[in-house]
Design a protein around this ligand. Structure first.
Ligand code: ADP
Ligand code: ASP
Ligand code: MG
Length: 404
């Protein structure tokens, strides 16, 4: 008898028929003798709808109230699945974040899981029930509802699998697994059979939203083997596992893009010790995460600082920076929300040379200007104009022979 955690994303529970299909799939596994814990997202589109509604009430919605609103989407799906399972003659119980208890810190809309109580879940599993847990939500020490950030249901699932010592963690979604690039924008994308935690971490952090990055961090840390697979077929998906030698044979494993960032330039900053700290400290105090940073020296002891921030934080970052820029004597702050970061990722990059040059050549051949570049041991990223996203992704995918 195995303990299996299965997570179903928004498209898997998008309507009553799909929820019934999930119930059948879960019950089939339970009837094979397994203890089943199911984690659900809200119905497809619901969380976006809530974000939109909140925006109609307040320019920057109150984070506590936002979490009360956002968590409601998962409350709907878990209760419906429990009902569907009962209607099929079996037993199930739905549990919200504070009923499990999924304890988090109190950073509303971006909370981190601190611990998970196993007692309630084990009690219901012992009673033979399917336990249906609301993804994406938790409870703070003060008893407030928190959410884990967009895509957070993956994190709930993997964290539960780790806490419960599950034998398997399946992430059911609308594609057959992790692909060499987003199959929805590149028809020749190929499903990867096995991918290392580190490559998956890079892919997730660089825009492959098929798995939430924090879920991969937890999986790697606790060595939870995760399978990403389709909710609409019975095919084997992609296993996210420890790295092995065979994974190094190709220099590039995948191409990603991220349209959720914005670029900001603080120009003519006095080039003196402490200025970068003066500029970035107020930004980080606002909880805004700065990503790529480039400094260009100009004549006359001046420098330009260009960096990226999440697009949702762009307006707030601009407000903060305009204020500190004046204080530091910088000339001005400008930026663009219409950028895209395209990246290539692969553990094989460690042993192959010329990969960056190939990437730059490919973009040049397509007439695409590179605005920023950053590299790490297993990835190269370039910021380009957003309108060239698809073109860049397809050209890179072809150039590195990733197609079927
Ligand atoms: P869910 O609602 O099930 O969590 P998501 O929409 O969050 O699903 O993630 C699945 C989507 O991720 C796919 O529909 C696909 O468009 C996108 N995606 C981006 N990059 C990749 C990739 N490399 N492999 C697979 N899917 C990807
Ligand atoms: N419903 C949340 C979202 O859309 C969490 C998730 O689906 O993972 O971001
Ligand atoms: Mg998702």
């Amino acid at each position: 008898m195995a303990l299996i955690v299965q997570k179903f994303g928004g498209t898997s529970v998008a309507d009553p028929d799909k929820i019934k299909a999930v119930a059948r799939r879960v019950l089939k596994q339970q009837q094979e003798g397994h203890r089943m814990v199911v984690v659900l997202s809200a119905m497809a589109g619901e969380t976006n709808r809530f974000v939109d509604l909140a925006g109609q009430m307040q320019d920057i919605p109150d984070p506590r109230e936002m979490d009360v609103l956002l968590a409601s989407g998962e409350q709907v799906t878990v209760s419906l699945l429990a009902m569907a399972i009962k209607a099929m003659g079996s037993d199930a119980v739905s549990l919200l974040g504070d009923q499990v208890k999924i304890n988090t810190d109190d950073r509303h809309t971006r909370a981190r899981i601190l611990s998970i109580d196993q007692e309630a879940i084990n009690h219901h599993l012992d009673a033979g029930k399917v336990v249906v847990v609301a993804g994406f939500q938790g409870v703070s020490e003060k008893g407030e509802i928190t959410t884990l950030g967009r895509g957070g249901s993956d994190t709930t699932a993997v964290a539960l699998a780790a806490a419960l010592g599950a034998d398997q963690c399946d992430i059911f979604t609308d594609v057959e697994g992790v692909y060499t690039t987003d199959p929805n924008i590149c028809a020749s994308a190929r499903k990867i059979d096995r991918i290392s935690y580190d490559e998956m971490l890079e892919l997730a952090s660089l825009g492959a939203k098929v798995l939430d990055i924090r879920s991969v961090t937890i999986a790697k840390w606790h060595r939870v083997p995760v399978q990403v697979r389709s909710t609409f077929t019975n095919n084997e998906g992609t296993w996210v596992v420890e790295e092995d030698k065979s994974m190094e044979s190709n220099p590039v494993s995948g191409v990603t893009y991220n349209r959720n960032e914005a670029r900001i330039t603080v120009s003519k900053v006095p080039d003196t010790p402490g200025t970068a700290s003066k500029l970035f400290t107020p930004v980080s105090r606002e909880g805004i995460v700065v990503d790529m940073i480039i400094q260009n020296t100009r004549d006359g002891n001046l420098t330009d600082l260009t960096f990226t921030v999440p697009r949702t934080d762009y307006k707030r970052a601009m407000e903060v920076l305009k204020q500190v820029a004046t204080e530091t004597g910088a000339e001005g702050v400008s930026g663009s929300e219409n950028i895209c970061k395209v990246s290539i990722v692969g553990v094989g990059m460690r042993n192959h040379t010329g990969i960056a040059t190939t990437m730059f050549d490919v973009l040049a051949r397509e007439g695409i200007n590179i605005e920023m570049i950053s590299t790490s041991e297993i990835k190269i990223s370039c910021v380009i104009d957003e309108k060239y996203t698809e073109l860049a992704v397809r050209a890179l995918h072809d150039a590195f022979n990733l197609a079927e």
